[in-house]
Design a protein around this ligand. Sequence first.
Ligand code: PEP
Length: 248
Amino acid sequence: MRQPLVAGNWKMNGSLEENRKLLDKLVSGLNTKAEVLVCPPSVYAQGIREQLTGSAIKVGLQNVSDKASGAYTGEVSPLMVKDLGIEYVVIGHSERRSLFGENDEDVAAKFCALTDQGLVPILCVGETLEEREAGDTMKVVTAQVEAVLRTAGPERLANFVIAYEPVWAIGTGLTATPEQAQEVHAVIRGLLAEHDQAMADRTRILYGGSMKAANAADLIALPDVDGGLVGGASLIAEEFQAICHAAG
Ligand code: PEP
């Protein structure tokens, strides 16, 4: 019922030449029923959209401002994202939260700014290792999701994606076990269902955290895992392609 989504978060990596080579390899031989998205640094987004014309791979962004326009040096607004014809934007990534001080309120504001333009947020949530070891995983993830649902209100929940990314698994080579992932995904879907069962049924919940070709199939096969948000492995064409193929 939910089409799997595999999204590559390139973070602050790449160059014109590297991007071109990566995408050339990725496009050739890609054959999947999953929706496939690459999220390059925003400065490359338009060029990559042009390179991907005619392919099914979509381009998204890694972050956005909650402001529409004005004196916000260095920022990119949802209106600009929409102007490029881009649909998806990652928000609330743990690196934005920990390195750039974004809190749940900031993330909720970005969520609203995107959905008000008809754009699709990929809302990242996840616990740190300390929080998991303290037994607080569900409490932390619930608070992160609820902060956004509460602020957004029902009218902004028509089309969005959640990415469960345990912070301890991001870029570490450690992956949540299928049991750990399914347990949290089911809790997140339950939270959505408390607001609206139909919304819970249609909303895709991705797993992120050291997903690679070797573990993708086991994770994506889980009942409440609808694809992946992939960092490091999205920079290796063969790996990312294999993850897309594992998704369907
Ligand atoms: C990410 O940054 O969203 C991510 C999941 O990274 P990695 O796959 O490298 O752990």
